[in-house]
Design a protein around this ligand. Structure first.
Ligand code: HEM
Length: 268
């Protein structure tokens, strides 16, 4: 053992994971406090941790695509998809909370809402669903604003994929390779033609495309399950974040991140 290790205290489970700090982060606001508020806090905190891990993995997936390492990029996407399944499944736990149990502390949330999750917005940005409005909700110099500003300018996963396809020899038009990354990904007949060729002739890259479809479907599945949970818990009431609630959320459900991959399926 080196001298340095002999001097420092032994690593423990609690120390390494900062368990004391972690267990001190749940601060119910209701009187009592209401029993279900603990579940509500913990589930949101767990989501935020998984969002952090997803962002970490997405950054890796983009970097691997940029290095043309498609095998490891797919492996990373597989992990992302597995986490996404856990995220969807977790909603079952929150659905054990009845409308009255939620109402027992809902007013204490004031204007707080998942709407303000910057990590969720970062995930949307990575998928090409960027919005200035989402950035401007956060004060200058905050962690959230800095992270979103960075991702505003960064490549989206789709852009990294198009660049990769171009390096693989597919004729991706320059306009797509150098498109304004801050704008939404629009369906394109030229890209659809390329993807059709990939599906017909290139099994390795068509498998990669399938993982993108899994991802898009997984996000839509989360959105669908979240809105159903919202409907069964608060009906058509407005959200604490100020939106029309379920009505607003329903409009986000069928919006694909990668429209071209859906468009081609009817003609393959
Ligand atoms: C009883 C449980 C929940 C209710 C009633 C609920 C309700 C809502 C409502 C009404 C909105 C629309 C924005 C607003 O006006 O507030 C919203 C947005 C959102 N919620 Fe929840 N939510 C719940 C649980 C969760 C959980 C566990 C998460 C996990 C992080 C979450 C994440 C989000 C996100 C990311 C948005 C923004 C979605 C978007 O803008 O597309 N929510 N929620």
């Amino acid at each position: 053992m080196s001298d340095e290790r002999a001097d420092s205290p032994a690593v423990t489970y609690g120390g390494y994971l900062q368990v004391d700090e972690l267990l001190n982060l749940q601060k119910p606001r209701s009187e009592g406090p209401e029993h279900d508020e603990m579940l509500f806090i913990i589930i949101h905190q767990v989501y935020e941790l998984w969002f952090k891990q997803l962002l970490h993995e997405f950054d890796r997936a983009v970097a691997l695509l940029q290095q043309n390492d498609v095998v490891r990029a797919q492996h990373t996407l597989k992990r992302i998809l597995t986490i996404l399944k856990v995220l969807v499944a977790q909603l079952d736990i929150l659905e054990t909370m009845t409308p009255l149990e939620f109402l027992s502390f809902r007013s204490r949330l004031e204007a707080a809402s998942g709407f303000q999750s910057d990590q969720f917005r970062q995930l949307e940005f990575l998928l090409g669903q960027k919005s200035r409005h989402a950035i401007e909700r956060f004060g200058e110099g905050t962690r959230a604003r800095t992270a979103l500003e960075r991702r505003w300018h960064e490549l989206t996963l789709w852009d990294a994929f198009l660049h990769y396809l171009s390096r693989e020899g597919y004729p991706v038009p320059e306009a797509h390779l150098h498109r304004d990354r801050t704008t939404p990904i629009q369906a394109s007949a030229e890209i659809q033609q390329i993807l059709t060729d990939v599906y017909r002739k290139d099994s390795r890259n068509s498998e990669l495309c399938e993982r993108f479809v899994d991802l898009d479907e997984g996000i839509q599945e989360w959105r669908y399950r979240h809105v159903k949970m919202v409907e069964r818990t608060i009906g058509m009431k407005r959200g604490t974040g100020g939106s029309t609630g379920a009505q607003y959320l329903q409009a986000t459900v069928g919006r694909p991140a990668f429209p071209d991959l859906w468009e081609i399926r009817g003609t393959l």
